[in-house]
Write a protein that binds this ligand. Sequence first.
Ligand SMILES: [Fe+2]
Ligand SMILES: [Fe+2]
Length: 325
Amino acid sequence: MAKNYKAINWNQVSDAIDKATWEKLTEQFWLDTRIPVSNDLGDWRTLDSDHQWLVGHVFGGLTLLDTVQSEQGMAALRKNVVTQHETAVLNNIQFMESVHAKSYSTIFSTLNTPEEIDEIFTWSDSEEFLQNKAVRIAGMYMDDSVDPLKKKVANVFLETFLFYSGFFTPLYYLGHNKLNNVAEIIKLILRDESVHGTYIGYKFQIGLKQLSEKKQQDMKDWMYNFLYELYDNEEKYTHLLYDQVGWTEEVLTFIRYNANKALMNLGQDPLFPDSAADVNPIVMNGISTSTANHDFFSQVGNGYRLGEVEAMEPGDYNIKDPNEK
Ligand SMILES: [Fe+2]
Ligand SMILES: [Fe+2]
């Protein structure tokens, strides 16, 4: 055991990305309890039972994935940090994953009956294709013999790819000016995930560059195979959720587009031909508009304006090879 324990010094930050990410994440802090979801009840009542089923169950699926992130994801990544500041950032992310997981319950308690909520959780805890992805990723997180870089890949695939079959529904409704408060919660989650995926992807790229060329190639081969495996399952999950409302093909385009973004976060070339132009423009609109200004903190007088923080873009981090002079 080491003789001394080292206090974290924020006045000496070796990786400026740690500090920038900490600042961004703390600036965009939010809580589900401040969003007036009950204002969406009027819209909710206009949906037929197939569409209500869809909304409830996509959020059931998202609850499960955010539970994995909050309980296992960040704990796994924290075992292989390079800097103490990275640990602090991961602590922030872990707490926000718990906020995300809880926020769907805020939506359920407003829109659904207690019987419906029970049914949604029974479904999430047992549905085959949903469980496949949660168990696959959580299994990697919990297995100490799995390469830490592969855990980062799993994390980015979950954050930037596997959530989007669920996000499609609230973004679609937002584009049709429905369920706007529900969508606001989802956009706040999306804004967080955007930073998370970029940050973990950045840390992955630093680690990857330190491997031999052969090992880098092996990692890339593994990564693309893993993505295919996840996509194969995601296709089935998407059919299960969306066939009854007829949106399946549009959702599949959207998730392929996001799979490419996950690869971009990891510094890799896209796999699928789908680009932003192929995605339903109503859904793209939902993604690109900034969040509404709920001005949560003015009541306590510290002047935060939540809505002013924009989502991260891939170019926000200029990733340099740490070995380069
Ligand atoms: Fe999350
Ligand atoms: Fe996240």
